[in-house]
Design a protein around this ligand. Structure first.
Ligand SMILES: Nc1ncnc2c1ncn2[C@@H]1O[C@H](COP(=O)(O)OP(=O)(O)OP(=O)(O)O)[C@@H](O)[C@H]1O
Ligand SMILES: [Mg+2]
Length: 281
């Protein structure tokens, strides 16, 4: 059991209806994440990272493929059978503002999943919510405040506390650091690593920041146009990328000046042109 990946995907396909047909945003993706491990998913804007994340936590239903959570395929389970499994896999969203109800206090937001977990006593829920708020590094004065009164980094912490309230085995983190300044980013990474050491939680960590990815992940999967172009141990993929696209991505990420005034796609296309030739050697 312990060597069963806590989360795996096989040949996952996600499509959206668009005028005149469907758009395939995730096109045959597969990976496996072990307990207590971190898999990073990288790739340029629009390559399908958030769509993959939403499918994994079953906010979307894939058209085909498997999602194995603790070995059980949840890809197409109906909601009724999914509900008891949902606590095992939680997500922290790319936009912490949009994903937290602005009318609820932080204490209420974090206590909500505790009720779902079956904690009947209001006092116990309040006590555990307070513990979680403390765990993510917010002061107790945060408990009675509402999302609009927090900074972006504080809202991300509330999102993490809410996710942890379900005691998940896997946490899908969608660009949790991208809206934060560099020092807050570093604090967030440290917090996630501490939580992983304490709980053995696994992360699927989506980011376009390769510096952050290098810090946090054991393995990296590179996506392009809904497909996996490369995956493997972080050190190998980031230091000796085998695919021209990964090299281009790395080049664009390492040279922010190359991005100035240009669309990432244009930077990648430019970086990719010579690399593509080189790969033919
Ligand atoms: N509801 C939808 N209907 C139609 N197309 C969609 C929908 N949601 C996403 N897409 C398309 O699917 C593709 C992947 O989008 P997605 O949000 O997964 O990209 P991403 O890799 O997360 O990008 P970013 O780095 O900008 O967050 C994009 O081309 C997007 O326009
Ligand atoms: Mg996204």
């Amino acid at each position: 059991m312990s060597d069963t990946p806590v989360l795996a995907a096989e040949d996952l396909v996600v499509e959206f209806p668009v005028p005149g047909g469907v758009f395939r945003a995730v096109d045959g993706v597969g990976f496996a994440v072990g307990r207590g491990r971190t898999l990073a998913v990288v790739g340029e804007s629009g390559c399908g990272k958030s769509t993959l994340a939403r499918a994994l936590v079953r906010l979307l239903t894939p058209v085909s493929g498997r999602i194995l959570l603790d070995g059980q395929d949840i890809a197409r389970l109906p909601e009724r059978r999914l509900r008891p499994l949902r606590p095992k896999i939680q997500m922290v969203f790319q936009d912490p503002y949009g994903s937290l109800d602005p009318r609820m206090t932080a204490a209420e937001i974090v206590a909500e999943p505790l009720r779902m977990r079956g904690l009947a006593s209001r006092e116990r829920r309040a006590a555990e919510a307070a513990e979680l708020i403390d765990r993510v590094g917010l002061p107790s004065s945060a408990l009675e405040r509402r999302p609009p009164e927090f900074s972006g980094g504080q809202r991300q912490r509330i999102g993490i506390a809410r996710a942890l309230a379900s005691r998940p085995e896997v946490l899908v983190c969608d660009e949790v650091t991208s809206a934060l300044d560099v020092s807050v980013q570093a604090q967030m990474i440290e917090l996630l690593r501490e939580i992983q050491r304490e709980t053995g939680i696994a992360y699927l960590f989506i980011s376009h920041n390769l510096g952050v990815v290098r810090e946090i992940s054991d393995e990296v999967m590179v996506m392009r146009g809904g497909r996996t172009v490369e995956s493997g141990p972080t050190a190998r993929v980031l230091t000796a990328p085998g695919h021209p696209y990964t090299r281009a991505l790395r080049g664009a990420a390492l040279d922010p000046s190359a991005m100035r005034g240009r669309k990432p796609r244009a930077v990648l296309a430019a970086a990719l042109a010579p690399a593509e030739e080189g790969a033919a050697r």
